[in-house]
Design a protein around this ligand. Structure first.
Ligand SMILES: Cc1cc2nc3c(=O)[nH]c(=O)nc-3n(C[C@H](O)[C@H](O)[C@H](O)COP(=O)(O)O)c2cc1C
Length: 355
């Protein structure tokens, strides 16, 4: 298992939509962690190019993350939502995008990853079938599946996954849930520590903990809770190697709270609260990727003009702790703090024998 070989138990979260770059992935792998590329929103050809670029920058293992496609939504849902957000498009001086369905190039990406297997192929938004899992494993790739509930963990284990990425509700970006059902929203999703304990009681697979981890102390906490490694996304968004937009970099550094929303993409995700999120979360439909394409020109206009109120500012709950540091320096600092935290906890109780 790759997880047994890492010098540092830090996995870079896949960060689709711009932040994931070959430079960032390679820097984390070169620092002893596991770098990840995000296949989401790229064509298979674009993905091939990024993998080749990353391989020029590191000989260490790398992961690639793929979106598992769902099915099309009723066109009426996106049409009604288009009317609700027309004012923002008008104000930004752009037309709304076409709310179309696609499967994010599923077959072409799997074909590529089976021919040029990365050390790890991970999946989000669902679990690939056992045949897909077995084909990747036969090609030489480990298969990791991101889960948000114990039931999803059982499905992934049954499909043959080698490890599970356990994503707590603190996490930035899209929820990895196998289905995006608004009926589940009321519960708010399981936080990372609860989820780690519950998933561990259902499977003995290695677990990678994700969601709200921005410090070495939090890495120590998930290792103590039984995770084999911590996966950090938001903490790396301000690294110079990341392709994060300037509006998002600025927003990450402030203490503005986050919230869950379907307003930008039609799929539940955590982002920093802004005007678009606050205005449209209550009526945004579950219609992904149709709403993603619909709002795309508005979000791009927001990024280009530096207006954070129009942009999906994906971030986890601890984003204000993110640091503007080179990725290698960040990994080293996090690991040094994690070691110190583990030693401090061990010392504290080793020195207190029961009375
Ligand atoms: C900007 C951004 C993009 C993301 N893109 C992906 C992705 O392409 N695939 C994926 O599995 N998870 C994606 N995630 C979720 C991360 O994998 C991970 O669960 C999350 O970053 C962990 O929480 P944290 O951000 O608080 O560290 C993304 C998160 C962010 C913030």
């Amino acid at each position: 298992m790759i997880l047994d070989e890492l010098a540092v138990p830090i996995v870079l979260a896949p960060l689709a939509g711009g932040p994931a770059t070959p430079q960032l992935a390679a820097a984390v792998s070169n620092a002893g962690g596991l770098g990840f590329l995000a296949a989401g929103y790229l064509s298979a050809d674009q993905l091939r190019g990024k993998i080749e670029q990353a391989r020029e920058l590191t000989g260490a293992p790398l992961g690639v993350n793929v979106f598992v496609p769902g099915g099309p939504s009723s066109p009426a849902a996106a049409e009604a939502y288009a009317a609700a957000i027309a004012a923002e498009a008008h104000q930004a001086g752009v037309d709304l995008g076409q709310p179309r369905f696609d499967d994010d190039g599923w077959a072409a990406k799997l074909a590529l990853l089976t021919v040029q297997p990365p050390a790890v192929t991970s999946f989000t938004f669902g679990c690939p079938g056992p045949a897909v899992v077995a084909a990747l494993q036969a090609a030489g790739s480990e298969v990791w599946v991101t889960v948000t509930t114990p039931a999803e963990a059982e499905l992934a284990a049954a499909a043959g996954a080698d490890a599970l990425v356990v994503q707590g509700s603190e996490a930035g970006g899209h929820r990895a849930s196998f289905s995006d059902d608004p009926a589940d929203d009321a519960g708010g999703g399981l936080g990372l520590l609860s989820l780690l304990q519950l998933v561990r009681s259902h499977t003995s697979l290695p677990l990678v903990a994700a969601g709200g981890i921005s410090t070495g102390e939090a890495i120590a906490a998930v290792l103590a809770a039984g995770a084999a490694a911590a996966q950090l996304g938001t903490a790396f968004l301000r690294c110079p190697e990341a392709g994060t937009s300037q509006v998002q970099r600025t927003a990450l550094a402030a203490a503005t709270p986050t919230a869950m929303t379907r307003a930008f993409t039609g799929r539940l995700a955590r982002g920093i609260r802004n005007q678009f999120l606050d205005t449209h979360s209550h009526h945004a439909p579950a219609a992904y990727p149709e709403v993603h394409y619909l709002t795309s020109p508005v979000r791009a206009a927001g990024r280009d003009s530096g207006n954070p109120d129009l942009v999906n500012l994906w971030a986890g709950q601890t984003h204000e702790l993110s640091r503007e540091l080179a990725a290698a320096d960040l990994v080293a600092a996090l690991m040094s703090d994690a070691r110190a935290a583990l030693q401090a906890a061990a010392r504290r109780y080793a020195s207190r024998p029961p009375q």
